[in-house]
Every structure is written in structure tokens, then in C-alpha cells.
Design a protein around this ligand. Structure first.
Ligand code: SF4
Length: 492
């Protein structure tokens, strides 16, 4: 058997996943944009962490010549090389690459695995345990460490990589885990020598990772209105599934679920739309003119680029603002930061100018916008009070949907704007996110802006900026239309 570290981790999650990976890889789903972006981040962080142990020798990756990589590693080890990056081994059928290997004076090695996360996770221990199992057959290992991002670090001037990274000695955990590796490998080997294992879907399909064979294994689950579409069911979907109930239509009347899930099922079955006019009117009466419909977009960097930036901090770089005045006039204002500079200060200052001095500020799920404003206030002491004063004026237009004062069966128990909007405005091109350009959701905006400074093609940069502006514009226009819709409903 030949198995890599990632395949071993896959096998620990589900034997069937490993079997399919080895025998029917064509059934795998392709990684989505966010997953690709995570891989990218992992590579960047891995490269930077090498500077913690400088002047090492790197084993260049060559997918056509793994044997050459293994041979080169052996040569460097016999030469007594102090630091080796991507040291490559194949032992006991396991193909393993150690991110950083550091030789001790007594000829033993310490192994460092780099993770872009901000803490050590159990899956990291499993991952490094199989490395240890393979490497310890060739070299004497002394300690194993996980190198991960320290999210307490705040950049000030040049990047301080010793502070950016935390190094955790996990040798003790690895040793405890070692007894389990050989039997696990044996089980996997036996399993791979047989026909596909008979494993049903279960919680393991998304724990610890979303399995990429779901579209194959979950074929028997209805695409629409399955029990897995019940929101806030606290895992009871699995109880229903194991009772042979796959569709919401078949959920027994007396099956105990929470208030929200029960309401979802009742409205699904009756197809009744609930509109509690007095409650919605009460909510609308809290909104004062001029009404500022406001939305931020943010980006994150694992490795901070600017002073006073922490790893993975959500950095506002853009906003859209639609203002409705009492006479019915609608105006639009917006801000999009320079991708090559820290956008926070200029954004905060323009925001203070653009938002009207009085009136409500309306956001969809206001906690996010208010949280970012608090961060900006902390960053910018000279305008702190003005920024914090904005937070006193927020009204959350998600409220009537969140509280189910307005409920439509097509909301499927949820209240995000990406579900509410197309339900209430079907076939409306003006409000259709799918009709936008390259940016169609917040994750697209976040990932794209985070990497925009790396793009050399200026025409492409301008195109992307237009798409970013169009996306954020739609977020606030959507709120305007929702507000108008709510007003219309209560006046009928
Ligand atoms: S979808 Fe679930 S059952 Fe199928 S291979 Fe993946 S984890 Fe296993």
C-alpha cells in the first residue's frame, strides 16, 4: 500500500472516502473559490514560516519525480544539513513531506509542521502523528512542533515573524497517538484491498472536513426540502434520517423539534406566508429619516500587511450607502479603498462625511457593521467618539425576518438577505446577484480584494473594482427594496 499523509487523514474521517479517492477520484467535487483561497493562504504561511529557521535546503516539489525528492532528502541527511524544508520520505508505504526539519547537535531531528490556523487542532495531531510514524523509521526524531499563526500579534513596522508565529511542542500528544497509527494503517490497507466499504452518510461527512464525495454519496437525499434543509434542528435531522425520513413532507406531526424548525415545517406543508402587520409596523416606526442603508465589505490577511493589523482581522475596505430622504429622494454614495494601502482611516473619515448627521442607519444583521465600527473607533482615537455615535443609530432590517414576523416557506427557516431577497423579488434582474460580474457574494469580495494588490494587469484591476462596486451597491439597494416592500405590506 502507498498512502500519503492527507490520504491517511481522509481515511481517519471515513474509509469510504479513502477508497473512493484511490479508486474513483473522478467522483470528487472540485474545490470551490474559498477552499482554493485557503490553500493559497496555507502556502504563503508555510513559505514565510521557513524564515523562522533560515538558510535551509529546500527539496523542490516535482510531481514526476518523487523518488528524486526522496533521494535528495537522504543525501542532505547524510551530509548533516542543519535545516531541510519539505524533507520527503517514503517509509512503511507512507509518503510524507515534513515542512521543516531541524538537526540537533546529537544528530537527532526536530520536526515542524506549519499550519495557517490560529490554534492547534486535533486533526493537526493526527496529521503529524503519521509523519512521525514514517520519518522515525529513517531518522531519530526528538520533538514535534506545530507552528501556527498567533492572532494576538499586531503588526508595527516590519513584520516580526517570531511574534507572528506560535510554536507549540506536541511531542507528548504524538507519542500518545503513535500506538494508534500502525493499527489504523493496517485497517486501511485491508479496506483498500477489498470492495468499496458499506458506509452510510452521517455526521462524519462534514466532521472534521466537508467531504468532497458528498455529491456521490448523498444522491438519495432530495435536492430540495430534505430533512437536512430544516434550519436550527440541533442535529435532529439525523434522527429523522435514521428513521428512514428523508423529506420534510414526511416529518411526523408529533416529532419534537424547536419552535423555529416546527414553524418552518408547518409553513412548508401549508405553503402559507406569515405577515404580522402590527409587529412589522412597530419595527418600521423605529426607523427615522433620512434613512442610511449601509453595508461594509471586509478582507482578511493571515499575514498582516499594515501597521496595527492583526492576523485574520476583518478589515473594512469598502462600503455602499443608499440614503432615502423624507421627500422620497434616493441618493447613493460609496467608498472603495486603494488596494495598495491600508483603507481603514480614509474609509472611516469618508463614512463620517457621507452618513447623514441625523436619521437611522439601517443594516442587514447589524452586529457585523457595528463591530467593524467599534474596531475603527479603537484604531482612530481622534474620531473615536464620532464613530461610536454612529452605532447608537443602527436599526437592523433583518429583525422582522429573524423574528419570523414575516415568514415565507421559501425562506426555509433562515433569514439571510441572500435567501429573503430572491424569495420576495423573484425574476427581478435589478436585484439578482447572479446577474452581477465576477463578484457575486461576500466571500468573493473578501478573497478578491485581499489579493488585488498582487494583480499586475491594470485593466483587470479596474474591471474587478467595478464588479466590487456593483456588488456592494446591490447589497444596500436590496435593503431599500426590502424596506419599501415591508412598508407596502403593512399599508395593504
Ligand atoms: S460523503 Fe460521507 S459517506 Fe461518502 S465518502 Fe464522504 S464522508 Fe464517507
Amino acid at each position: 500500500m502507498s498512502i500519503s499523509k492527507s490520504q491517511y487523514v481522509r481515511g481517519l474521517q471515513c474509509h469510504k472516502s479513502l477508497w473512493l479517492y484511490k479508486n474513483n477520484p473522478e467522483l470528487r467535487e472540485q474545490p470551490n473559490h474559498s477552499q482554493e483561497s485557503l490553500f493559497e493562504t496555507g502556502h504563503k504561511v508555510g513559505d514565510l514560516a521557513k524564515d523562522l529557521f533560515p538558510n535551509g535546503e529546500e527539496i523542490e516539489f516535482d510531481s514526476n519525480n518523487f523518488d528524486g525528492m526522496i533521494r535528495k532528502t537522504k543525501e542532505l541527511i547524510s551530509d548533516g544539513t542543519k535545516v531541510i524544508y519539505e524533507a520527503t520520505f517514503k517509509e512503511d508505504g507512507i509518503f510524507a513531506m515534513a515542512d521543516i526539519l531541524v538537526r540537533n547537535k546529537d544528530g537527532s531531528y526536530n520536526m515542524y509542521e506549519v499550519k495557517a490556523s490560529t490554534q492547534v487542532k486535533i486533526t493537526h495531531i493526527e496529521d503529524i502523528s503519521i509523519q512521525w510514524h514514517a520519518l522515525s523509521k529513517t531518522i531519530k526524531l526528538n520533538h514535534a512542533y506545530i507552528v501556527h499563526i498567533n492572532n494576538e500579534y499586531t503588526r508595527e513596522g516590519a513584520l516580526d515573524i517570531d511574534s507572528l508565529f506560535s510554536i507549540k511542542n506536541v511531542t507528548e500528544f504524538i507519542m500518545t497517538n503513535q500506538d494508534e497509527v500502525a493499527p489504523q494503517l493496517l485497517e486501511m490497507e485491508e479496506m483498500l484491498n477489498n470492495t468499496i466499504p458499506d458506509i452510510d452518510i452521517g455526521k462524519h461527512c462534514s466532521d472534521p472536513y466537508d467531504c468532497d464525495f458528498r455529491s456521490h454519496c448523498w444522491k438519495h437525499i432530495p435536492k430540495e426540502n430534505s430533512v437536512f434543509d430544516i434550519a436550527y434542528a440541533a442535529g435532529k435531522q439525523w434522527t429523522l434520517y435514521y428513521q428512514g425520513i428523508f423529506s420534510i413532507d414526511d416529518v411526523p406531526k408529533d416529532f419534537a423539534l424547536g419552535k423555529n424548525a416546527t414553524l418552518q415545517i408547518e409553513h412548508h406543508k401549508s405553503q402559507e406566508i406569515k405577515i404580522d402587520k402590527p409587529k412589522i409596523k412597530e419595527f418600521l416606526d423605529t426607523i427615522e429619516y433620512p434613512i442610511n442603508f449601509f453595508d461594509f465589505e471586509t478582507f482578511q490577511n493571515a499575514i498582516p500587511r499594515f501597521d496595527k493589523q492583526r492576523p485574520y482581522a476583518q478589515m473594512p475596505f469598502q462600503y455602499s450607502l443608499h440614503i432615502i430622504h423624507e421627500d422620497g429622494t434616493l441618493e447613493h454614495k460609496e467608498f472603495l479603498g486603494d488596494e495598495n494601502a491600508d483603507p481603514r482611516e480614509s474609509l472611516a473619515k469618508q463614512m463620517l462625511e457621507d452618513i447623514t448627521a441625523t436619521g437611522s442607519i439601517v443594516a442587514y444583521s447589524q452586529g457585523f457593521e457595528k463591530g467593524k465600527i467599534r474596531d475603527l473607533a479603537e484604531l482612530l482615537p481622534t474620531i473615536k467618539d464620532d464613530l461610536l455615535a454612529l452605532n447608537e443609530r443602527f436599526v437592523d432590517i433583518a429583525h422582522p425576518f429573524q423574528k419570523k414576523h414575516y415568514y415565507h416557506p421559501k425562506f426555509k427557516g433562515k433569514y439571510s438577505i441572500k435567501i429573503v431577497l430572491p424569495t420576495l423579488f423573484p425574476n427581478d434582474d435589478e436585484l439578482d446577484y447572479k446577474k452581477l460580474g465576477s463578484i457575486q457574494n461576500g466571500a468573493d469580495a473578501m478573497d478578491t480584494f485581499a489579493n488585488l494588490h498582487l494583480l499586475k494587469d491594470k485593466t483587470k484591476v479596474e474591471e474587478i473594482k467595478k464588479d466590487l462596486l456593483a456588488y456592494c451597491h446591490l447589497d444596500t439597494l436590496a435593503m431599500v427594496r426590502l424596506w419599501e416592500h415591508l412598508k407596502e405590506k403593512v399599508s395593504l
